[in-house]
Design a protein around this ligand. Structure first.
Ligand SMILES: *[C@@H]1O[C@H](CO)[C@@H](O)[C@H](O)[C@H]1NC(C)=O
Ligand SMILES: *[C@@H]1O[C@H](CO)[C@@H](O)[C@H](O)[C@H]1NC(C)=O
Length: 996
């Protein structure tokens, strides 16, 4: 029973709990209404009681004016009681007193004493004055009322000093002029609440307080009007530390403008001119002999040393390790010259809210870093106090190094000197700000009309050798924005912070240039030899336009390969060096440095493109003929002799068959580019090799973008990664194909040659006027047009080695040859070919019905005359070529030879076929060079370039690149196939409808 109630109780409590929500309304002190205070213990806004109002801290209530506190222990209970009719609350808040100077009925407070002195309500021992009445005590001698403090304070030293010998005696008031006891007159003037001798203040000339901002905005600055003259005078007369800093800050806000200082003789002046004039007065008292930095003043300019000298100093001997945390010292001052703090937190340099995990990468040595974001313009005036910074790099625990600043906006007589590329013109400075929302105010309490902010901040570190560095350089670019309109507070502006590292890699580029130069010379020489042999194969020995064109194409090819090799070498050494080094001795190329690499790549891409197109064109323009060795059957001797001997009785089907196979072989590939690209994508995207191409010096395959810092993608690294993977995958696929697939599964070229033999058909190809290839396909059995029974008998005989060898020469297996034919042979060949293809007549298409009308032939043929003569020419060609191969034409004979090594290397022939043609044994099937199969390397290199190109242009979208490569491949194959087919149909009389 007991158990049962427990359960019930728990159940009830559960219901109650779920009924009350624990959500709280969001409240902050500012969100409380009038007459409410923020009770921080409960995070609520609570109304104040009667006669009470919200205290200035918003966290308590206080009694209303005219009411004294009668109970307050610092808790929620506060009691106030009304003072008498002519009374006001005493300064302690707990008493009511009578006023000395009358009651302000409206405010219910005592009227201030004004010039009569300070109002006091108790004497020094704490007792009230008689009648609980306030008294006005006059300030005497060298003191005056400090209104906010309700006490008499000693006057400023300046005015005391000035009025010391005056006839009127010491006074705190700055009079117009002071007449001294000896009768001399001192003109005085007040500035920033301090009394100065008139002659010590700079003249209040026109435009003294006018600031011209970078984008033509101008303003008459209240801050400058208030402080400039006083600060200048205090700094020059008394070296007042605050005043000197203040003057320096004014000059920084004035963008270090030196125009008035440089123009001697001008009466115009400004903060910077005054600052520099003071500095130039110093002859000693410098900080550690730094002649630009008087010890009582801020260090603003690098004037003594030349810029180049300052930037190329080699006085940092500390070796920074890769990814070592860089530590900075940041000294900050308020705009009014007051010292603020020394901090080591460099993250204040970034406006962008970045997660801690990422910012920790920002200052790791040799890690290029960038953060960019949009910031509301209003934030600059509301969330930022204007502060001025001096930046130092901590070299080790004992020392720090001042970091010069290069302000992009500095102008010298209208020129933005710091935007010039020649460092000699640069003006280095030392102090910078992030936001200036002070100079752009035109009166004390107005909202700023113009604010300046650092839109780009870049800390650039240049490496020497072995991890030593040159002085770092902070580059700042300011922007001035017009914020006079309240609506502009919501405008988004972009800001960025960047850490960049660079290194003089001229020596690497010198090496690249040498490599490119030397290899190019070799490449061009090779191209010349190729051109020479090309033209020789065409039977041309002179240099004509075609020769020059061919030469240019070969040069394109040679240079593309040369650049490719150099690029691979360069990018791989960066890929391995940059990501692996412990001491930083090699940095990535940046900007212009990388330009040379990119231009090499672009050049080789286009040159390779030209060569690939040339290759495709030359492949589809060859002369080809299928020699049919089949002779008419002689079994039926009884039949008509005439018809029997006619070649027409041999079936054309085998020729069609071989032609069809040939057409298919034209576009066969060793390595399927689509497969290659898919594997490449797999390694890039899935395995994560693409993470190797980022500028962060981390070698990793997977990153978590929310936790890890990811650098930008670098072109050189990307090129290296993609090329490396591409080449490796291609090599592996090639090995798999040629060593395993081709050997054990299917060798399409070998099968094709075999098929020719089985069909008793040879292929005769002329790629040039006097050069071509010959595939010997004479059947060892003498015939191929047989019955199934006979066919299997033939197989049987061949397996039992009962028949001869397949080769052209007796006892040889070699069926493939390169040929260099004589001019005489070619003329003969052309004669028949012209007859055959009716070069001058319009092409016949299968859709044009052949006119049957002209049946004029004696032998009963019903073909039109033109076609008839073509067919005859076809047979003539068959007879001519088979006779040629069989050595039975006396003045068109040939000799079979081996090529010597140099001939193979340069793809040329040393002997000119003059009397006899030459057949060269071709063990390596070089005839495949007229198929896509034999140009695999060229195509793959081009696809690699295309892939990288698209990847680069599409902002590193390698999937798009893969798609583009796929389509380009499809286009190439389709074009090759289509035009190859037409050529075949044209040259061999095989009708296109058989080429399917
Ligand atoms: C130093 O200069 C500042 C700024 O002008 C001024 O406010 C301060 O009173 C000066 N200090 C003394 C001791 O005069
Ligand atoms: C200067 O400005 C800072 C911040 O605005 C303020 O805290 C400090 O009191 C000011 N100093 C003087 C001398 O006015």
């Amino acid at each position: 029973m007991m158990y049962c109630t427990d359960v019930l109780l728990i159940f009830l409590i559960g219901i109650l709990n779920s009924a009350t929500s624990i959500k709280l309304p969001y409240r902050v002190p500012k969100s409380c209404g009038d007459n409410e205070f923020f009770q921080h213990s409960s995070l609520e806004c609570i109304s104040c009681g009667t006669n009470q109002k919200t205290g200035s801290d918003l966290l308590t209530c206080v009694c209303e004016n005219g009411h004294k506190t009668s109970l307050n222990y610092g808790g929620p209970k506060l009691e106030c009681s009304k003072c008498g009719l002519n009374e006001a609350v005493a300064s302690d808040g707990w008493n009511c007193i009578k006023c000395a100077n009358g009651l302000d009925k409206e405010k219910k407070t005592c009227k201030p004493c004004g010039n009569k002195g300070v109002a006091v309500d108790r004497s020094e021992n704490g007792s009230f004055y008689s009648d609980k009445k306030q008294t006005c005590l006059a300030c005497t001698a060298d003191t005056s009322v400090l209104s906010s403090h309700r006490i008499c304070r000693r006057c400023h030293q300046n005015v005391l000093e000035l009025t010391k010998d005056s006839r009127n005696g010491v006074s705190c008031v700055c009079p117009e002029k002071i007449i001294k006891k000896d009768g001399s007159v001192v003109e005085t003037s007040e500035a920033d609440g301090i009394c100065f001798q008139q002659k010590n203040l700079i003249n209040d000339v026109a435009n003294l307080y006018t600031i011209r901002y970078s984008n033509f905005l101008t303003i008459e600055s209240f801050f400058f009007r208030q402080h400039l003259r006083a600060a200048q005078a205090m700094c020059i007369l008394h070296q007042n530390y605050t005043a000197c800093q203040l003057l320096g800050n004014l000059c920084v806000m004035y963008m270090y403008n030196e125009d008035n200082y440089e123009q001697s003789g001008t009466s115009r002046t400004d903060a910077c001119k005054e600052f520099l004039l003071i500095v130039s007065q110093y002859t000693k008292l410098f900080v550690r002999n730094l002649k630009d930095w008087p010890s009582t003043m801020p260090w603003l300019y690098y004037k003594v040393e030349s810029t180049v000298l300052a930037l190329d100093k080699t006085d940092i001997f500390h070796k920074f390790q890769r990814r070592q945390e860089l530590r900075f010292v940041i000294v900050s001052y308020f705009a009014n010259g007051t010292f603020d703090a020394i901090s080591e937190d460099a993250s204040i340099l970034q406006f962008c809210p970045t997660p801690q995990t990422l910012t920790s990468y920002a200052f790791q040595f040799s890690t290029p870093y960038q953060s960019k974001c949009q910031v509301k313009l209003g934030d600059f005036s509301k969330k930022h106090t204007t502060r001025f910074f001096d930046l130092y790099l901590r070299i080790d625990d004992q020392t720090m190094y001042p970091i010069p600043v290069l302000v992009d906006n500095i102008q010298l007589l209208g020129t933005n000197v710091n935007q010039l590329s020649d460092r000699h013109y640069w003006r280095l400075t030392k102090r910078f700000f992030l936001v200036d929302n002070i100079s752009g105010k035109s009166s004390e309490n107005s909202r700023p009309q113009i604010i300046q902010y650092a839109e780009q901040l870049e800390l650039n570190i240049r490496l020497r050798e072995d991890g030593l560095i040159y002085p770092p350089l902070l580059k700042v670019k300011y922007k001035a924005a017009d914020v006079s309109n309240v609506l502009s507070d919501n405008d988004d502006v972009s800001v960025s912070f960047k850490m960049s590292y660079e290194m003089n890699i001229d020596n690497i580029f010198r090496d690249i240039q040498i490599a490119v130069g030397v290899l190019s010379v070799i490449g061009i020489m090779y191209a010349s030899i190729r051109t020479f042999s090309y033209r020789k194969r065409d039977g041309v020995q002179v240099i004509d336009c075609t020769s020059i064109f061919i030469f240019l194409v070969y040069v394109c090819c040679a240079l593309a390969i040369v650049f490719f090799l150099v690029l691979i070498g360069v990018s791989l050494q960066w890929l391995f060096f940059y990501k692996q080094q412990a001491t930083v001795i090699r940095l990535l190329p940046v900007g212009a440095q990388e330009g040379i690499i990119k231009s090499l790549f672009i050049a080789s891409f286009f040159m390779m493109g030209v060569y690939v197109l040339f290759l495709l064109y030359s492949q589809i323009d060859i002369d080809i003929f299928f020699i049919d060795w089949e002779r008419p059957r002689t079994v039926n001797r009884v039949m008509d002799e005439e018809q029997n001997r006619s070649p027409q009785s041999v079936s054309i089907m085998r020729t069609l068959f071989v032609a069809n196979e040939w057409r298919e072989v034209q576009t066969t590939r060793k390595i399927n580019p689509v497969l290659l690209i898919i594997i490449l994508l797999f390694f890039m995207k899935v395995v994560g090799f693409e993470n190797w191409s980022t500028t962060d010096p981390l070698n990793r395959l997977s990153v978590d973008p929310s936790k890890d810092y990811i650098g930008e993608i670098n072109f050189t690294l990307r090129f290296g990664v993609i090329s490396l993977l591409f080449v490796l995958i291609a090599v592996v696929l090639w090995i798999l194909f040629s060593l395993i697939y081709e050997r054990f599964i299917g060798d399409s070229i070998g099968d094709f040659i075999d098929f020719c033999s089985m069909s008793n058909i040879s292929i005769f190809i002329l790629t040039h006027k006097q050069f071509g290839y010959y595939l010997h396909g004479l059947s060892v059995h003498g015939r191929a047009d047989t019955s199934l029974h006979e066919l299997y008998e033939q197989f049987q005989r061949e397996e039992e080695n009962l028949c001869g060898k397949r080769g052209l020469e007796p006892n040889s297996e070699l069926q493939v040859f390169e040929m260099a034919v004589t001019r005489r042979f070619r003329e003969e060949y052309d004669k028949i070919l012209n007859l055959m293809i009716n070069r001058d007549a319009p092409n016949m298409r299968r859709d044009h019905p052949v006119p049957v009308a002209r049946q004029n032939k004696a032998n009963g043929s019903n073909l039109p005359a033109r076609l008839e003569s073509s067919v005859n020419a076809y047979h003539m060609m068959n007879r001519f070529l088979s006779a040629f191969i069989e050595h039975s034409i006396r003045d068109n004979n040939y000799i079979v030879k081996d090529k010597v090594f140099s001939e193979k290397l340069f793809k040329n022939e040393l002997l000119t076929p003059f009397e006899n043609s030459f057949f060269y044994n071709d063990e390596h099937r070089s005839f495949t060079s007229i198929l896509m199969y034999g140009q695999e390397f060229t195509f793959l290199v081009f696809y690699l370039f295309l892939f990288i190109m698209v990847d680069w242009l599409s902002n590193w979208n390698c999937i798009l690149a893969a798609v583009v490569v796929y389509f380009v491949d499809v286009i190439f194959v389709t074009a090759r196939d289509y035009f190859g087919k037409r050529n075949l149909a044209n040259k061999t009389m095989v009708n296109e409808r058989f080429l399917i």
